[in-house]
Design a protein around this ligand. Structure first.
Ligand code: F6P
Length: 571
C-alpha cells in the first residue's frame, strides 16, 4: 500500500525562472517533521511507500504540467494544478481570512464571504479529483490541516471503504468561537472532517472542543473519543502532540559546521547574551508584545543594556494580505524606535532580519542563544520551541514559552508566561538571563527526555497505528450488523425451505464469550431450542466449534445433530 499524504503545500514550492521550473524546499517544521516520519516508514519492515499530494505553489501552464508531474514524481510528489486566481481566493480568502483568524481566537479579523466559501469547496473538490486519479486500492490517505477540512467526506462519498486519517495543525477553537461560522458552513466543515476514520489534534483541549462542537451542532455523542457516524461507521477522535526529529536535530547541532557557524555568529554579536525570537510573520505570534516587553526590560534593567542582544528573525509569509502588511510596518517601526532609543555606536539592541532563514543558520542560532522567546498569542503546537530545546546539546539555555501554545502542555519546565501580560514577559527575561546553569541543565534535561520519547517518528507511528486499529474495529463491527431487510429475508427463506442445513457456531454465538471458557456451558434453554429445531424433519443441525470432540460430545451428544469439533481440524 502507499500512504497518500495530502496537504495544501507540497514539501517544495515551484517557481518559474526564464521559462524553467525551479524547486525550493518549503520552510517549516511541519514539512521536515512529516518527511522524517515518511522516510522512516519506507525503511520500516512494513515498507510503506508514500506520495505527497499538494499544490506546487504556482499556476502551471498546460504545456508544463506533464514535465512538472514527472519531476515531482521523482520526489514522491503529485501536484494539484490550480489557477492562480482560484488559489488566491482560496488561500487568502476562506483559509487565511476566515478559518485562520477564527481558529486562533481573532474573531474580529474573520471575514464571512460567500464567494470565499465557494472557492474553498471548489478547491477541496479539485484535491479530491487529483487524489482519485492516483489512488490505488488499499492505499491509505492522510489529510493535513485546515485548508482541506471538506476533503475526508468528499473522498468517503467516492470510496466508502477507504482508510482516511485527518490531522489538524492549528488549534480547534471552543464551541462559542466555532459556532460564529454561518450555519451551513459549520455543519459542512464538521461533516467534512467526520468523513475520516481517525481525527487527530495536538492537544486534549482541541480534541475536547471538537467533540463538543459535533455534539452541539450535529448531535453526535462520543464514548472515549469514539463516535458512531451516520449510525454505521465508528470513528476515533484523539490527541497526538506532534514532535520533532529529536535525534537528527541533536546530531546536526553537534556537527562541526553548525558549531563553527555558531562561534562566528556569537563573535559578530559581540559575545553578548543572546535572546532569540524566530517566527513566521503572523499576528498570532505575538511579535509586537515581545518587542514591547524587551523595550520595558531594557528600561527597567539598565544594567543589562549593552550586555544583551535580541536576534529578531521574521520569515515573510502570506504576502499581500492586509493584516500581514500592516503588522510588518508596525514591527519595522518598533524595532527602529527601540534601536534608536537604547542603541549606542557599538551596540544595536535588536538585530533584525526579515527573510527566509535556511535550516543550518537556524540551527546555529538555536545553539548559541541563551534565551528563546517563544510567546505566541495562540499557536496550535509551535515546533520552534521544541527544536530549540532539542538543539541544546550542552543543555544550557532557557526557553520562555507562551501558555497559549500547544507545546506548553509538554514543556512545563520552560518559563511559562501569559503573552498578554507584558510584565510577566519582562520578569521572565530577567529570570532567564540570571538563571544558574545547573537549573538550566535540570530543566532542559527533563524536556529533552520527553521530546526524545515522543519524537515525530513516534507521532507518525502512533497516528498510523490507531488508524489501522479503528479500521480493524470497523470491519469487526460491520460483520456483526444485520439489517432489518436481511433479517426478514432469512426468516422467509427459512419458512419456505423443505431441506435446511444450519451451521451453528458455539462460543460467542450460541453461548456468550466468557473470561474463563470452561464456564461457557450450554444453558438449559439453549438445549431446549436446539432440541426443538432438530425435531423438525426439514432441519439438519451442525455445531461448529474450536472445542474438542469429547467435550462437545458430552454437551450435545444426546441431541439429534452433527458436530464439527476443533473447527474441522484433523491430525
Ligand atoms: O500551523 C499550520 C500551518 O499550516 C503550518 O503547516 C504552516 O507552517 C503554517 O500554518 C503557515 O502556512 P502557510 O505558509 O501555508 O500560510
Amino acid at each position: 500500500m502507499t500512504l497518500l499524504v495530502v496537504s495544501n503545500r507540497l514539501p517544495f514550492t515551484v517557481s518559474s525562472r526564464d521559462h524553467k521550473l525551479v524547486f525550493h524546499a518549503s520552510p517549516g517544521g511541519l514539512v521536515s517533521g512529516l518527511t522524517a516520519y515518511l522516510e522512516w516508514a519506507r525503511q520500516d519492515p512494513s515498507r510503506t511507500d508514500y506520495l505527497w499530494v499538494g499544490w506546487p505553489g504556482i499556476e502551471v501552464e498546460e504545456g508544463f504540467r506533464e514535465l512538472l508531474s514527472t519531476k515531482a514524481a521523482k520526489q514522491k510528489a503529485c501536484p494539484v494544478f490550480l489557477d492562480a486566481a482560484t488559489m488566491k481566493k482560496f488561500y487568502q480568502g476562506f483559509c487565511n481570512s476566515t478559518i485562520w483568524p477564527l481558529f486562533h481566537y481573532f474573531p474580529t479579523y474573520a471575514k464571512f464571504r460567500e464567494e470565499d466559501w465557494a472557492q474553498y469547496v471548489k478547491v477541496n473538490e479539485s484535491f479530491r479529483d487529483s487524489i482519485l486519479k492516483v489512488y490505488q486500492p488499499n492505499d491509505t490517505i492522510w489529510v493535513h490541516d485546515y485548508h482541506l477540512m471538506l476533503l475526508p467526506k468528499l473522498l468517503r462519498e467516492k470510496l466508502p471503504d477507504l482508510s482516511i486519517g485527518f490531522f489538524l495543525h492549528t488549534p480547534f477553537p471552543s464551541y462559542d468561537i466555532f459556532r460564529t461560522l454561518p450555519t451551513t458552513w459549520r455543519r459542512e466543515i464538521l461533516e467534512g472532517i467526520l468523513g475520516a476514520d481517525l481525527i487527530g489534534f495536538h492537544t486534549i483541549d482541541y480534541t475536547q472542543h471538537f467533540l463538543r462542537c459535533i455534539l452541539r451542532i450535529l448531535g453526535y455523542e462520543h464514548n472515549f473519543g469514539q463516535v458512531l457516524v451516520g449510525g454505521e461507521r465508528t470513528i476515533k477522535i484523539d490527541t497526538f502532540p506532534m514532535g520533532v526529529d529529536y535525534c537528527e536535530i541533536r546530531d546536526a547541532s553537534k556537527s562541526d559546521d553548525i558549531q563553527e557557524e555558531g562561534r562566528g555568529l556569537r563573535e559578530r554579536l559581540g559575545n553578548r547574551k543572546i535572546i532569540l525570537s524566530q517566527d513566521r510573520l503572523d499576528y498570532t505570534k505575538g511579535i509586537k508584545h515581545r518587542l514591547e516587553a524587551y523595550s520595558i526590560f531594557l528600561e527597567r534593567h539598565p544594567q543589562w543594556q549593552r550586555k544583551v542582544v535580541l536576534v529578531l528573525s521574521v520569515v515573510p509569509s502570506r504576502l499581500g494580505a492586509e493584516q500581514y502588511e500592516q503588522m510588518k510596518e508596525e514591527i519595522d517601526k518598533l524595532v527602529g524606535s527601540i534601536n534608536g532609543k537604547f542603541g549606542t555606536i557599538d551596540w544595536t539592541p535588536i538585530v533584525y532580519r526579515y527573510r527566509f532563514l535556511p535550516y543550518n543558520q537556524l540551527l546555529s542560532l538555536f545553539t548559541i542563544s541563551d534565551v528563546a522567546l517563544v510567546t505566541p498569542l495562540r499557536d496550535g503546537m509551535n515546533l520552534v520551541a521544541k527544536e530549540y530545546v532539542a538543539s541544546k546539546t550542552d543543555q544550557k539555555g532557557v526557553l520562555i514559552l507562551s501558555e497559549m501554545t500547544g507545546a506548553s502542555r509538554e514543556l512545563g519546565e520552560a518559563l511559562i508566561i501569559n503573552p498578554n501580560d507584558i510584565s510577566e514577559i519582562v520578569e521572565a527575561i530577567e529570570t532567564a538571563l540570571e538563571m544558574p546553569e545547573d537549573e538550566q541543565v535540570r530543566r532542559n534535561q527533563a524536556m529533552q527526555t520527553r521530546l526524545e520519547r515522543y519524537d515525530v517518528i513516534k507521532w507518525g507511528q502512533d497516528f498510523m497505528g490507531k488508524l489501522h486499529s479503528i479500521k480493524q474495529q470497523q470491519e469487526k463491527f460491520s460483520a456483526k450488523l444485520l439489517d432489518a431487510a436481511t433479517r426478514g429475508k432469512m426468516i422467509r427463506d427459512y419458512d419456505n425451505s423443505q431441506n435446511r442445513i444450519l451451521f451453528l457456531d458455539y462460543d460467542g454465538t450460541l453461548s456468550p464469550f466468557k473470561a474463563r471458557p470452561e464456564t461457557a456451558v450450554p444453558e438449559k434453554t439453549l438445549l431446549a431450542v436446539l432440541n426443538a429445531l432438530s425435531e423438525d424433519p426439514r432441519n439438519n443441525l451442525v455445531i461448529i466449534s474450536g472445542r474438542n470432540r469429547s467435550l462437545l460430545q458430552d454437551w450435545f451428544g444426546a441431541l439429534n445433530l452433527g458436530i464439527v469439533a476443533e473447527t474441522g481440524f484433523r491430525r
